[in-house]
Design a protein around this ligand. Structure first.
Ligand code: 5AD
Ligand code: SF4
Length: 497
């Protein structure tokens, strides 16, 4: 078994879900290279994607070039797409290297310590390499967490802005353009969501769409409630309007995003439930697949399962993080459910008329986690048979209640538990995938291998499928694939007639 500390996705060989952060997965053997270059896609140039070098809005004033690097989760990736839209609409041009940029921005993640450290090492590199004056911005969770301290640690930084203040970005940029040296956006006390006219989306077929920002759940280990502020949902009208625009632009798949996506609470008088929003999205002409992540077990109800059953366009995949299989640990994590309550939700999903894939997040080595409690997590994994997991060693975070909890687990012990857990998951995935040999799946083709006639894509349940097809121009299409063999991380097949 190989432990990977780079990209992580439930099935191991899917495109990047997490960027530049420390997470552990089963590293796939024979991983298909993502050989196609999505390049730059935009609301105004769909599919005729321009390259980053050439992307700007012609009639905006020309203000210089920006380089934007993203760390962390899909929410951050999508925030970056919107931030890029704001910059492009002000006349900045996007480039793909620090050297070519006059404005360098890092959209940061602080969910685990290593992710946060990475940003400071990037900032250090900037001081060493930069000969000419450049503007530097720190966005996202590290910005929110460290605030003005970033200016003391890295005095060459000019902008520090947390995600809850992105709606103020145009004003903050104006201050920078007017010559101010240090500008901040650090309020989290807001009921605003970040909506922009322009979003520079990275993927030409699957669009992210944030429906709820922030988190009210207060898990004792997690910085998100501090760094992203309280839960704020977007109105269903505005979500469905953007979805229609996306369909008109040729997107066929949407992924609704939220730290707790199923806690969605429509602020408009329509008061659409999350499951109703899924159903409405699936009815949008042109949309072939509707995904959503991440679901919180507490708010996961039968109505979501029924929505998935009602329409094949709602993907049969639920990401339902358990974090631990021990009720005592869950209680100290403040997860608001017990092991049995979680397993009841799983039973509800397993009993569905449709096969619904379940993936999860698991933390090992939470303070005080005994060997026996860790075994309970392994037992739960055996019972649920997750189709993919993200597994993490507990990392103490500032401002969180867990930071000061007694009985920290030594680093080597966390690593040992993580290795055992990943080995078990490899066994579970191998068995599950081997059972699928001979089956047919509809695959959304998202990648082309450098090897001739080799393609890759995802099933509705988010399994990665690598397959052969003599046809050309398959990117973006949906094709039937027969599975001929399987690895723990992906299915291998051929284009079926
Ligand atoms: N240490 C380790 N993992 C964490 N996560 C969140 N906070 C921490 C932490 N302090 C994990 C949880 C969450 C995922 C996004 O990151 O599993 O679901
Ligand atoms: Fe963090 Fe818990 Fe909120 Fe998820 S639900 S973002 S783990 S506080």
């Amino acid at each position: 078994m190989v432990l990977s500390q780079s990209l992580l996705a439930p099935m191991g060989c899917s495109p990047a879900i997490w960027r530049g952060i420390s997470a552990y997965v089963l590293k796939s053997r024979g991983r298909m290279q993502k050989a196609f270059d999505i390049g730059l896609d935009s609301l105004f140039a769909h599919k005729d994607a321009a390259t980053p070098e050439s992307c700007f809005i012609a009639d905006a004033p020309q203000r210089g070039t920006f380089y934007l690097e993203t760390f962390g989760c899909q929410m951050n990736e999508h925030d970056s797409e919107k931030v890029a839209g704001v910059l492009l609409s002000r006349g900045y041009r996007q480039v793909d290297s620090v050297e070519a940029a006059s404005f360098i921005l890092y959209n940061t993640c602080s969910i685990r310590e290593k992710a946060a450290q990475k940003v400071f090492s990037r900032l250090g590199e900037l001081r060493e390499t930069s000969s000419e004056p450049k503007k530097i911005g720190v966005l996202g969770c590290v910005a929110q967490q460290e605030g003005e301290k970033i200016f003391h640690r890295s005095p060459w930084v000019n902008l520090v802005c947390g995600s809850a203040s992105y709606s103020k970005l145009p004003e903050l940029l104006e201050q920078l353009e007017a010559g101010e040296k240090r500008v901040t956006g650090l309020d989290t006390d807001t009921d605003e969501t970040f909506e922009t006219e322009l979003t520079r989306r990275d993927n030409p077929w699957r669009a992210y769409l944030t429906i709820i920002e922030g988190c009210d759940k207060a898990c004792s280990y997690c910085v998100v409630p501090f760094t992203r502020g309280p839960e704020r949902s977007r109105s269903s009208d505005s979500i469905l309007r953007e979805l229609r625009q996306l369909a008109d632009l040729g997107y066929t798949e949407v992924q609704f995003l939220g730290q707790t996506v199923n806690s969605y609470a429509d602020p408009s008088s329509r008061k659409m439930k999350f499951s109703e929003l899924l159903r409405a999205a699936a009815e949008m002409p042109g949309m072939r697949r509707v995904r959503f992540t991440t679901s919180h077990p507490r708010d996961f109800g039968r109505d979501i399962v029924e929505a998935i059953e009602s329409n094949d366009r709602i993907c049969n995949h639920v990401h339902l993080p358990v974090q631990s299989g021990s009720t005592r640990v869950l209680r100290t994590m403040q997860r608001t459910y017990s092991r049995d309550e979680y397993l009841e939700k799983i039973a509800m999903i397993h009993e569905s008329k449709k096969h619904i894939a379940i993936t999860s997040d698991i933390i090992v080595g939470f303070p005080g986690e005994t060997e026996r409690e860790f075994d309970e997590t392994l037992g739960l994994m055996e019972a649920v048979k997750y189709e993919g997991i993200f597994a993490f060693k507990y990392s103490p975070r500032p401002n969180t209640p867990a930071q000061s909890m007694a009985d920290a687990i030594p680093e080597e012990e966390k690593s040992r538990r993580l290795a055992i857990l990943l080995e078990l998951q490899r066994k579970i995935q191998t068995e599950a995938n081997e059972k699928l040999v001979g089956d047919f799946f509809e695959v959304h083709v998202e990648g082309k291998s450098r090897r001739e006639n080799q393609w890759s894509g995802h099933t509705s349940c988010y399994r990665v499928v690598n397959f052969s097809s003599p046809q050309s121009d398959l990117l973006g299409s949906y094709v039937p694939v027969k599975v001929n063999s399987a690895t723990p991380n992906c299915l291998i097949g051929e284009h079926a007639p």
